[in-house]
Ligand binder design. Sequence first.
Ligand SMILES: [Zn+2]
Length: 200
Amino acid sequence: MPATETIHIPAREGRGVSVRAGDRVRVIDPAGGQVADVFAFCIEDPSEYHSAEHTRVFVGHLFPRVGQQFVTNRRRPILTLEADDSPGVHDMLCAACDPTRYQGLGVEGWHASCQENLRDAMRRLGIDRVEVPQPINLFMNIPIGADAELGWLPAPTGPGDSTTLLAELDCYVVVSACPQDLVQINAGAPGPIDIELTRA
Ligand SMILES: [Zn+2]
């Protein structure tokens, strides 16, 4: 019987897990209204990682549909979007939040960011230097207007909504509970994220 473990990510923090091909990562928004930034790096060579721009070419959409795959910067499938038990609103256009983003929004001093959460999580997995790729921004609501203008709306998820990713390669999966509280993507109040990890 597959073993399942749940990893709780407190609001504004990130966590990374090491998974094998065939393992499942269910990303859960326990309270609703929260964006989860997801990154995936190959264990055998972390310079190969999930690449949004390569995935968009691979699937011919801005974001994969259920059953479609996310690919690496070497165009190899790394994750499959296996199930989506959420409103199905996700983004793969917006960079991870970082210190410069918060400075630009008027923050003085330190502010948690998805970039720092990624680097901290990878350091805990033993990887000191990583690229910060375009994330898979689960539950992030960035509507594109007729003139291609981007909107910044609260995540439409309700409590317990989730998206399930199936690993196609042995990889590190990092999830950040986005700490953005100046733009309304998390309804102004960043919350936690849970990861349910099911080993094959
Ligand atoms: Zn963020």
